[in-house]
Ligand binder design. Structure first.
Ligand SMILES: *[C@@H]1O[C@H](CO)[C@@H](O)[C@H](O)[C@H]1NC(C)=O
Ligand SMILES: *[C@@H]1O[C@H](CO)[C@@H](O)[C@H](O)[C@H]1NC(C)=O
Ligand SMILES: *[C@@H]1O[C@H](CO)[C@@H](O)[C@H](O)[C@H]1NC(C)=O
Length: 157
C-alpha cells in the first residue's frame, strides 16, 4: 500500500503539470456585515475533492469524497463560511461568506480535483462599506468648507 502511494503521487503531480485543466477568473462584490456567495461549480462527474483557499493559503472549506471536512477550516472563517451539501451532487460547490469584514477583501481560489484534471476558479472579492463613497465625500466636503472659510477669514482680517 505504501509503495503504491509513493509511486502514484509523483504521477498525480505530473498530471497537474501536463493538464492545466480549466481556469476561470471571476469578480465579486460584498458589503461589510453582509453575506456574499462565492461561486464554484463543475460540470464533471468525477469530482474527488474541493479546496477553498484565500490568498494566504488559509482554508475556507474543504470537501473530500463528497463530504464537508469541518476540521480543516481556519479560525478566520469558522462559523462564517458555509457550503451547500445538498448541491454537491449537482457539482455546485459554491460557498457563502457571512459577516463580511474589510479584511475579507482579496482573492479566493476554489480548486476542484477531478479524475480528468483539476479545475480552478479564482474570485476577486472586493469588500466595501455600503454608501461609503457618499459618506466619505460629504465628510471631506464639510472639512474643506471649514478650512476654506477659516483661511478666507484669516486673509480678510
Ligand atoms: C457554473 O454555473 C454557471 C451558471 O449556471 C454556468 O454558466 C457555468 O458554465 C458553470 N460552470 C461549469 C464549469 O460548469
Ligand atoms: C449553487 O447553490 C447556491 C445555493 O443554493 C445557489 O445560490 C447557486 O445559484 C447555485 N449555483 C449553481 C451554479 O447552481
Ligand atoms: C482591496 O482593497 C484595496 C484597497 O482599498 C483595493 O485597492 C483592492 O483593489 C481591493 N481588492 C482586492 C481584491 O484586493
Amino acid at each position: 500500500m505504501k509503495v503504491h502511494s509513493r509511486r502514484t503521487l509523483p504521477w498525480m503531480f505530473l498530471l497537474f503539470l501536463v493538464d492545466p485543466g480549466s481556469f476561470q477568473d471571476l469578480v465579486s462584490k460584498g458589503f461589510i456585515g453582509e453575506s456574499v456567495l462565492l461561486p464554484c461549480n463543475s460540470s464533471r462527474s468525477s469530482v474527488v475533492a474541493v479546496f477553498w483557499r484565500d490568498k494566504d493559503d488559509k482554508v475556507l472549506l474543504d470537501i473530500k469524497k463528497g463530504e464537508l471536512d469541518p476540521g480543516s477550516q481556519d479560525p478566520k472563517f469558522k462559523g462564517r463560511v458555509f457550503s451547500f451539501p445538498e448541491e454537491y451532487q449537482k457539482g455546485n460547490f459554491s460557498i457563502i461568506m457571512r459577516k463580511l469584514e474589510l479584511r475579507d477583501n482579496g482573492t479566493y481560489e476554489c480548486t476542484i480535483l477531478t479524475g480528468t484534471g483539476p479545475e480552478k476558479i479564482r474570485i476577486t472579492l472586493s469588500v466595501e462599506e455600503r454608501n461609503s463613497a457618499s459618506c466619505g465625500s460629504t465628510r471631506t466636503n464639510v472639512l474643506l468648507l471649514f478650512v476654506f472659510s477659516a483661511l478666507s477669514l484669516m486673509f480678510y482680517v
